[in-house]
Structure formats: structure tokens, C-alpha cells
Design a protein around this ligand. Structure first.
Ligand code: SAH
Ligand code: DHB
Ligand code: MG
Length: 237
């Protein structure tokens, strides 16, 4: 039975059971990923990484588009970065932006243990400060895939930078946009909900992208992500 209402997170044991079953069948038990979560927890990081199934979805998405260069906003302990970094091949490059030096330290160690020490770079600082520098150094349209998963308040700003930094034919994924369905609440005063609505509306209005969003349930409750395909200035990919 769904324990819900507007006064608490919507959770359902069936969602978790199904997620666990699906992950058991589909996601191989992996030392580097498991250790990344264990060490993140030991270091006191919040347990808000993408789920194993979601991580593998990001991996498959990166493989599908032949990604070689990935940009991530919000590293935490590097769990999603490991998944995406593994999709890139030895010439791959993953740049992940993280405001917390402690999170970045844990993430770098986790990425190194996963064999991605040469592939992944974690840049410490507020992402809105780092993103202009990334653009300066890497140039426009230099990433195949951008994963936005940091503070939700700044999502619309991250989206604008992602549009500049992601190549036509590339993809931009924004995590956690549904927020227990609160995304539909225009009267919400929650800054994360407001940020989610702002990014959804910007994605819908962007001439240089086609976007959709999918609601999800599972280990992380009721949430969802948005995904955009970046197109060229003339609407072609
Ligand atoms: N992508 C990660 C989870 C990220 S959690 C995973 O799935 O494994 C969100 C992260 O964004 C946290 O580590 C938080 O410290 C970071 N963050 C919050 N505000 C930020 C900001 N302004 N700039 C960069 N990172 C930020
Ligand atoms: C939170 C952040 C996330 O990126 C996520 O996937 C779940 C929760 C949070 O800040 O609570
Ligand atoms: Mg997230």
C-alpha cells in the first residue's frame, strides 16, 4: 500500500522489492561500485547516488550515443561517474563538478579504484563558477552527454550551460525532476521544486533541443528524470 499524502515522501515496499529484483537479475555485483557506496557512506556522504539500475541506464545511454566525453554536474562519491566513465573507452574523458571538497576527495579515490583515475577529473567549486571555465577550456559542444544532478535550485542555469557544452546529437539528462509529483505544483515554495519546474519549462521551450521526461519509482521513491536530445541551430541533430 502506498504510504503517501502531500505531507510525506511517497514510498511503497513493492517499488523497492521490484527494484531489488530487477537489479539482482540485471546489474552484476561489482566490487568498485559496491566499494564506492560503502566508502561514501563511511565518509558520511548522503545516500543519494543514482540507484544501480539508474546507473546502468546512464551507462547504456552513453554507449548508445557512442559517448567519449561526459560532463557531470554533482559528483557526490562518484557512483554515477563510475557508471558513465566505464562506457567511454580508454580515450574517454569525464569531467564532474562538485562543490564539496570532501565529496570530491571521496569521489576521486572511488574513481581511481574503479580504474578511471586517468579518465575522470573532478573539479571542486560551485558548478556555476566551474562551468564557464569548462567552456573556456574544452570549447562549445565538446561533450556527448551531460548529466545534471547537483543542487536543484540551479537546474535552469545548469541547463543553459549544458546546451552550450553538449554537441548536437548529444544528450542532456536532468535527475530528480518529479519530486514526489510536486513538479506539478505551481504553488510550491520548495526551491528544489521551483528549480525543477524552471528546468522543465526551459527544456520545453528550447529551440535547440527535443526533450521528454519519465516518472520513476523504486529504491529512491517516486521521482523521475528529464532527457533532451541536443539539435543543431537549424533543428537537425
Ligand atoms: N551524481 C551523483 C549524486 C550527486 S548528489 C550520483 O548519482 O552518484 C548531488 C551533489 O551535488 C552533492 O555531492 C552536492 O555536494 C553537489 N552540489 C550541491 N550544490 C552544488 C553546486 N552548487 N555545485 C556543484 N555541486 C553541487
Ligand atoms: C537528493 C539529490 C539527488 O540528486 C537525488 O538523486 C536524491 C536526493 C537530495 O538532495 O536530497
Ligand atoms: Mg540525483
Amino acid at each position: 500500500m502506498a504510504a503517501t499524502g502531500h505531507d510525506g515522501p511517497m514510498t511503497d515496499a513493492r517499488w523497492q522489492d521490484a527494484d531489488n529484483y530487477l537489479a539482482e537479475q540485471l546489474v552484476e555485483d561489482d566490487k568498485a561500485l559496491r566499494s564506492a557506496l560503502e566508502d561514501s557512506q563511511a565518509a558520511g556522504l548522503p545516500a543519494i547516488a543514482v540507484s544501480p539500475l539508474q546507473g546502468k541506464f546512464l551507462y547504456i545511454l552513453a554507449r548508445l550515443i557512442g559517448a567519449r566525453r561526459v560532463l557531470e554536474v554533482g559528483t557526490l562519491g562518484g557512483y554515477s561517474a563510475i557508471w558513465m566513465g566505464r562506457a567511454l573507452g580508454p580515450q574517454g574523458r569525464l569531467v564532474s563538478l562538485e562543490v564539496s571538497p570532501e565529496h570530491a576527495r571521496v569521489a576521486r579515490a572511488n574513481l581511481a579504484r574503479a580504474g578511471l583515475g586517468e579518465v575522470a577529473e573532478v573539479i571542486v567549486g560551485p558548478a556555476l563558477v566551474s562551468l564557464p571555465k569548462v567552456l573556456e577550456q574544452a570549447g562549445p559542444a565538446s561533450f556527448d552527454l551531460t548529466f545534471i544532478d547537483a543542487d536543484k535550485t540551479n537546474n535552469a542555469g545548469y541547463w543553459e550551460w549544458a546546451l552550450r557544452l553538449t554537441r548536437p546529437g548529444g544528450a542532456i539528462v536532468v535527475d530528480n525532476v518529479v519530486r514526489d509529483g510536486e513538479v506539478a505544483n505551481a504553488a510550491s515554495t520548495d526551491s528544489a521544486v521551483i528549480g525543477s519546474r524552471q528546468v522543465i519549462e526551459a527544456m520545453g521551450a528550447a529551440p535547440a533541443a527535443v526533450a521528454t521526461a519519465l516518472q520513476t519509482v523504486g529504491l529512491k521513491g517516486y521521482d523521475g528524470f528529464a532527457i533532451a536530445l541536443v539539435s543543431g541551430p537549424d533543428g537537425t541533430a
